[in-house]
Design a protein around this ligand. Structure first.
Ligand code: SF4
Ligand code: SF4
Length: 429
């Protein structure tokens, strides 16, 4: 396919590709290379294709499109690379190029477009989740699945999440007070999927921040962070969404985020909104990183359980946050942290990758489940909605006993258990 290359994107890709010295040290950290053994499905191979396009030696071909979208965007290669290759930025630019050239086609592309429209519209997402919840309560969701085309049914498989009760899906209060001695004020990103499916995590986050002396603002004008749009090559929409949040959070110095994918995307805002996006990105802190930095009030309640912490790629590789989460978990009395050998490897969720690339996603997940089956914890903790859903579905499918939770829920539970009487945790409307 011959298309005129956007000169700016071409120059940017070319310059970034020069950082790669072809050493191959990233290969064994790449899940798609491990599964396929193909050079073109490795970081080095993909960078070679990107550079070829940037230099005009290669056209925006189906191979480039396939490899750009078979990549999980996990950025494990960035962590492994001794040469500082900015692979995540290169991938987003390449995907935008592929989409712009019309080379992204087929059912996965349609599914992706449909999913992106849904998450960018809070009303449509709320209505869709409410409909799904209604069908689940009536026991009609399985019947509904049967009405879908076979290919879509196979992709959705066991991935459809159980919709939480309506009380958990209500909007959060715009302001939540600090407890005890006030230490500061932060804002919370409520986001799209987190608000609809993980309201309990948001409420746990508010309680933990309040318990540690922080009042929390939840601006109503905020919206989706744009992560999925950027990862899918729609930089223009990602920039539009980032601009909405830039204004919504203009009055605060710290934006706490409890979703790894959203946090990583917001920290990349300078890439989509040069100048103004950099100041916005500097305000963003992951909840575990923030609490670890400010120092938490020691929880007194005991949780007698074993837990495996599983690093979300966009927290570990995208934001460089890993030990901070483990330190928080280790602070919980009674909780025993167990290591598992695939903790820093992608789970295969990768936004909506598990829907658009179901076979590769399942293969990548299987490695992690093998490791979790060996370690056999009571709990798997991970801080990203996609990972929570993917790992929970995998644990169920494998018949493993562990439950998947967000780390902040464990900290909240430990604080709650120390309260003198049940129900003394602050109620959140
Ligand atoms: S982002 Fe992940 S899947 Fe993509 S090339 Fe890098 S390591 Fe491989
Ligand atoms: S480790 Fe870095 S420099 Fe080496 S091949 Fe991979 S991307 Fe290139």
């Amino acid at each position: 396919m011959s298309v005129e290359l956007d000169q700016q994107v071409g120059n940017s890709l070319y310059e970034k590709s020069l950082d790669c010295v072809h050493c191959g040290l990233c290969l064994t950290s790449c899940p798609t290379y491990l599964e396929t053994g193909r050079e073109t499905s490795s970081p080095r191979g993909r960078i070679y294709l990107m550079r070829g396009v940037a230099e005009g030696r290669l056209s925006v071909s189906e191979t480039l499109s396939e490899e750009a979208f078979l990549c999980l965007g996990c950025r494990a290669c960035e962590t492994a690379c001794p040469s500082g290759v900015r692979y995540g930025e290169m991938l987003e630019e390449t995907r935008a190029l592929v989409v712009g050239a019309g080379a992204r086609r087929g059912p996965s592309a349609v599914l992706e477009r449909w999913g992106l429209r849904l998450v960018a519209s809070p009303r449509a997402l709320h209505a869709a989740v409410a409909l799904l919840g209604g069908l689940q309560r009536l026991g009609l969701d399985r019947l509904g699945l049967q009405l879908l085309p076979a290919s879509l049914r196979a992709r959705l498989g066991g991935l459809v999440p159980v919709v939480p009760p309506a009380a958990e899906r209500k909007p959060l209060p715009e302001w939540f007070p600090a407890e005890g001695v006030r230490r500061g004020r932060v804002a919370l990103l409520s986001g799209c999927v987190m608000s609809e499916l993980f309201g309990s995590v948001h409420r746990a986050t508010l309680r933990v921040l309040a318990r540690n002396g922080f009042e929390v603002l939840v601006p109503r004008t905020q919206g989706c962070c744009g992560a999925l749009h950027a990862h899918s090559g729609d930089d223009a929409r990602a920039a539009e969404l980032a601009r909405v949040n830039l204004q919504a959070f203009a009055e605060v110095d710290t934006i706490v985020v409890n979703s790894a994918g959203c946090g990583a995307a917001m920290r990349d805002a300078g890439h989509w909104l040069p100048g103004e996006g950099e100041a916005f990105a500097a305000k963003v802190r992951d909840i575990a990183e923030f609490l670890d930095d400010v120092g938490i009030i020691q929880p007194k309640g005991r949780l007698e359980a074993t837990v495996c912490y599983d690093d979300p790629c966009h927290l570990l590789h995208g934001q460089g946050v890993g030990p901070a989460v483990r330190r928080l978990l280790e602070a919980i009395p009674g909780l025993e942290l167990l290591a598992h050998r695939e903790a820093d490897r992608c789970c295969g969720a990768a936004g909506i990758y598990n829907l658009t690339q179901p076979e590769m996603s399942a293969a990548v997940l299987a490695r992690k489940l093998d490791a979790l089956a060996e370690t056999d914890p009571d709990i798997v903790a991970t801080g990203n909605p996609g990972c929570l859903m993917q790992i929970a579905a995998g644990l169920t499918a494998r018949g493993l006993r562990a439950r998947a939770v967000h780390p902040i829920e464990l900290l909240d539970e430990a604080y709650g258990r120390a309260d003198e009487a049940p129900g003394t945790q602050p109620a959140i409307p």
